[in-house]
Design a protein around this ligand. Structure first.
Ligand SMILES: *Cc1c(COP(=O)(O)O)cnc(C)c1O
Length: 503
C-alpha cells in the first residue's frame, strides 16, 4: 500500500529507523530486488531499453514536476503491469468472453470494477478503456446507442443493427452523425475530446461550447443554461484539463434535465480528488452525472488508462465498449487499475487528496503574494493557471526558462489567449506529483518563489529582424543554475521511490 513517496508524518512511519538498518535498507528491499531483477532480464535482450527505464527513474527523481496531469504510481501498480496477463486476449465482458481461458482476466477486471464502484459510489464501472480518450469514445457511443440507435431499432421492430433494411440503416447512420454536444471550450480549460474539430469527437458531433466569464474566469451557469436551451444538445459535457475551480455538478445536471440532455462528466484530471472525498456533495460528479469518464493515471495515481462509471440505464451499452470502440482489453493494466483503486480506498488516500489541494492553494498564494497573476485569482483544486503576460513573456518562453531552471511545467492557453494555443500566455501548474513525493505547503511556497524568481529574470528574445520573439527567451545561466540547485535541495528531502535502489 505504500505510495511512491517516503511517508512524511511520523505516525505513518513507525518503521523509520529499521528502514535504515542494513537488512531493510533500500538496497536490500523487496522492491529493489524486483526492479533490479526485471531490468537484468530485459538487459539480456536489449540493454538499451533497460538503460532507458533506469534513466527514466533517475530523471523523475531529479525533476521538480509540476505537470498537473502526471503522478508517480506505486511499485505495486507498476509491477502489476509487467506480467503474463498481457499475453491474454479477452474481448467481451466479465464472464462473457469471446476467447477461452479468461478466468484470471475475469478476476482482475471484476476486482477493478468492484473497487471502482465502491470507491466512487457508482452503480456500474467499466475498466477496459485503454486511455481517457477511449473512455470518452465509449461514453459517447453508449449514449448514442441508448438514445438514437435503440429507438430506431424499436421503430423498425428489429433486435440488432444487422437486421435493419439498407434504407433504415442509411437513415440511422445519418441520424447518429447529426447529434449535438455542448462542452467547455478548449481555451477556458475544456478538453480536445469534448467536441473539437481536430479530434474525432468534433467530427462526430455538431458541437458548441460554453466558456467562462471574461471578468471572473469562472463558469457562468446562467450562460451554460442559455446555451443549452438554445442549442438543445443530446449530451452536455462538464470536465476540464485546465480549470482551477470547482464545478457545481448538481446545477449542471439541472440544466441537462431542463433540455433533455444526457449529462456526462469527464473527471480525468480530478478523479483523485473525488476518490479522496475532497470533492463531495454538489462537487462530486458521480451521483449527478448519467455517465462519468476518467483516466486512471493522473490524480488517481494508477496505471496509464481509462475507465467509465455510469447509471444502470447505460450499463449494457457501456459494456459494449468492445467491440464498439475497443479491441481486446489490456488485462495487465486492468490488474494495475485494481491495485491502484485498492490503494485509493485506503484512508491515507483521503489525506493525500486533501494535501494535493492544500499544496495547490499554498502555491497559488505564494505566487499571488509575489505579484503574479492567476486565472480566476487562485485555485480550489489541484491546479493553478499562471498568466505569464504580467512578466512580459509567452507561455512558451516561461515553460522553457523554468525547464532550464529544473522546474517542469507545461504552457497552456488562458481564456481569450492573445498568443493562441501554440505560444500561449499561461503556464499550468499542478500538485499531485509533488504531493506524492511528500512536499508540503511551506515547500510549495518556496516553489512559488523559485518560479517567480525565474520568470522575473527572463526576458523575451529577439528575432533575426530584431523584433521581440514569442519563442525564444534570455535567462542568465547563473540564475538557472542557482534555482536548479534550490529545486534539487527541496527534492532531496523527499526521495522518490525511497524503497527502490537500482544499484
Ligand atoms: C487527460 C485527459 C483526457 C485524455 O486522456 P488520455 O489518457 O491521454 O487519452 C481526456 N479528458 C480530459 C479532461 C483529460 O484531462
Amino acid at each position: 500500500m505504500s505510495p511512491a513517496s517516503a511517508p512524511d508524518s511520523p505516525k505513518d512511519s513507525p518503521q523509520k529507523s529499521p528502514a535504515n538498518s542494513p537488512a531493510n535498507s533500500p538496497a536490500n528491499s523487496t522492491e529493489s530486488t524486483a526492479f533490479r531483477s526485471a531490468l537484468d532480464v530485459i538487459a539480456r535482450v536489449e540493454p538499451r531499453v533497460a538503460a532507458a527505464i533506469g534513466a527514466e527513474l533517475h530523471d523523475q527523481r531529479e525533476s521538480l514536476k509540476l505537470i498537473a496531469s502526471e503522478n508517480y504510481a506505486s511499485p505495486a501498480v507498476l509491477l502489476a503491469m509487467g506480467n503474463w496477463l498481457s499475453d491474454k486476449y479477452a474481448e467481451g465482458t466479465i464472464g462473457r468472453r469471446f476467447y477461452a481461458g479468461c478466468q484470471n482476466v475475469d478476476t482482475v477486471e471484476a476486482l477493478a470494477a468492484e473497487h471502482a464502484r465502491e470507491l466512487f459510489g457508482a452503480p456500474h464501472a467499466y475498466a477496459q478503456p485503454h486511455s481517457g480518450i477511449d473512455a470518452n469514445l465509449v461514453a459517447f457511443w453508449a449514449v448514442l446507442a441508448n438514445r438514437v440507435e435503440a429507438p430506431a431499432l424499436e421503430k423498425a421492430q428489429v433486435r440488432q443493427v444487422n437486421d435493419l433494411s439498407e434504407q433504415d440503416w442509411f437513415e440511422l447512420r445519418r441520424e447518429l452523425g447529426n447529434q449535438r454536444m455542448l462542452g467547455m471550450s478548449l481555451d477556458a480549460g475544456g478538453h480536445l475530446t469534448h467536441g473539437f474539430r481536430p479530434n474525432i469527437s468534433g467530427k462526430m458531433f455538431d458541437q458548441r461550447s460554453y466558456g467562462t466569464d471574461p471578468r471572473t474566469g469562472l463558469i457562468d451557469y446562467d450562460e451554460v443554461r442559455r446555451a443549452a436551451q438554445e442549442f438543445r444538445p443530446l449530451i452536455l459535457v462538464a470536465g476540464y484539463s485546465a480549470y482551477p475551480r470547482l464545478i457545481n455538478f448538481a446545477t449542471m445536471r439541472e440544466i441537462a434535465d431542463e433540455v433533455g440532455a444526457t449529462f456526462m462528466v469527464d473527471m480525468a484530471h480530478f478523479a483523485g480528488l473525488v476518490a479522496g472525498k475532497v470533492l463531495t456533495g454538489d462537487y462530486d460528479p458521480v451521483p449527478h452525472a448519467h455517465i462519468t469518464t476518467t483516466t486512471t493515471h493522473k490524480s488517481l495515481r494508477g496505471p496509464r488508462g481509462g475507465m467509465v462509471l455510469c447509471q444502470p440505464e447505460l450499463a449494457d451499452q457501456v459494456d459494449r465498449g468492445c467491440p464498439m470502440v475497443l479491441g481486446g482489453p489490456l488485462p495487465h493494466v486492468m490488474a494495475a487499475k485494481a491495485v491502484a483503486l485498492a490503494e485509493a480506498r485506503q484512508p491515507d488516500f483521503r489525506d493525500y487528496a486533501q494535501r494535493i489541494v492544500d499544496n495547490a492553494k499554498a502555491l497559488a498564494e505564494g505566487l499571488t503574494r509575489r505579484g503574479a497573476k492567476l486565472v480566476t485569482g487562485g485555485t480550489d483544486n489541484h491546479l493553478v493557471l499562471l498568466d505569464v503576460s504580467s512578466y512580459g513573456l509567452t507561455g512558451r518562453q516561461a515553460e522553457a526558462a523554468l525547464l532550464e531552471s529544473g522546474i517542469v511545467t507545461n504552457r497552456n492557453a488562458v481564456p481569450q489567449d492573445p498568443n493562441g494555443a501554440w505560444y500561449t500566455s499561461g503556464i499550468r501548474l499542478g500538485t499531485p506529483a509533488l504531493t506524492t513525493r511528500g512536499l508540503g505547503t511551506a515547500e510549495l511556497d518556496e516553489v512559488a518563489g523559485l518560479i517567480d524568481t525565474v520568470l522575473a529574470q527572463t526576458k523575451p528574445g529577439t528575432t533575426k529582424q530584431g523584433a521581440p520573439s514569442k519563442a525564444s527567451h534570455v535567462l542568465d545561466e547563473a540564475v538557472a543554475t542557482r534555482v536548479s540547485q534550490q529545486a534539487a535541495d527541496l527534492l532531496s528531502n523527499h526521495p522518490l521511490y525511497p524503497t527502490v535502489d537500482l544499484g
